[in-house]
Design a binder for this molecule. Sequence first.
Ligand code: ADP
Ligand code: MG
Length: 395
Amino acid sequence: MFSKKTVKDVDVRGKRVLVRVDVNVPLVDGAVVDDTRVRASLPTLRYLVDHGARVIVVSHLGRPDGAPDPRYSLRPVRRTLQRLLGRNVVFVDDIVGPEAHEAVSRMVDGEVLMLENVRFDPGEKRNDPEFARALASLADIYVNDAFGAAHRDHASTAGVARILPAYAGLLLAHEVETLTAMLTDPARPFVAILGGSKVSDKFGVIDRLMDCCDTLVIGGGMCFTMLVAKGVDVGDSIVEPEWVDSAKATMAKAEERGIEILLPVDFVVAEAMEPDAETRIVAREEIPDGMMGLDIGPTTVELFKNAISEARTIFWNGPMGVFEMPPFENGTRQVALAVARNNRAASIVGGGDSVAALKKFDLEERVTFVSTGGGASMQLLEGVPLPGLTALLDR
Ligand code: ADP
Ligand code: MG
């Protein structure tokens, strides 16, 4: 159960509501090229509008240097939000200055106002109490719906929540609920698929998943550190030598608990990580010196697909290979397809590159849940508290 109060637990009519969303979308030449995050913020914004709140939208965009920078203005996002929300969105070129206050004072119930990029103020990332107070002075209540930024201890994600009555938005609540339910009460078998380049990024997550999953499928660059721990010579594949001992400990723990770890048995190898590289398929013990494994091989694909097809809960984070390049995309595509085809399982996908892979293969609509938060979802799964969540009012 979600332990925080949500926007549905408070009467918002006529109130000035400061809503922190994460509409940190990619821009190309000032145009929004992927509106996923804006769409994800709609349920909460619609709820507030429909319930007569005065909705003040705040977000970051990119990584400006604590000062106004036209490349990171939220102005183009206003147009996208306005179109998707189907109502007028007023924009001010200001965050907490007189212009913002002036615009807020003119608002009527059900109106939406968007402030400029909150990271244009150096107080945002520092979580400067004075900046948090300035933000709070714009509103009566605070709603955090920025799951993708919930792992940040910033003024607009955490600081302001200590000043105003603070509630969770619907996206944030749904993200936390889905990921928490997966860890606490998964339908079995629960198959967790992990990949990506570095095992060191994911040890915390792997450790926590071992408390609840039945099978751990490991591909991507991270599998080579595990294979080295098993005494396999992996040629020039990516390895983190300082993590070999932890990898051994992980495998011992899995064995103790009866968790099956599936590692690749063959690879697509090449001399260089290049889009036109010449490739070969080799068994995992036969990776030649001077070559590296850049994707899982066809026998591994079958092995992984079988495990995935049996699952009732699937969590997937981390590509199986260098999916950005055509010669090494097949393993990730096949795994993504297998996840999509298992209609009996609740399938949850998290991680920036994994979600990018799903989009690339046009499978985003075919899984149960796609997390909008890369870093935040990993931190939640590791069991590390999210500052943007802890600061909210308890139920
Ligand atoms: P996510 O963002 O989904 O959490 P990661 O950031 O951990 O995923 O890892 C994604 C990256 O891992 C991709 O850029 C991919 O190219 C890289 N990768 C996957 N397999 C390999 C491999 N065998 N060797 C090197 N890099 C790999
Ligand atoms: Mg990544």
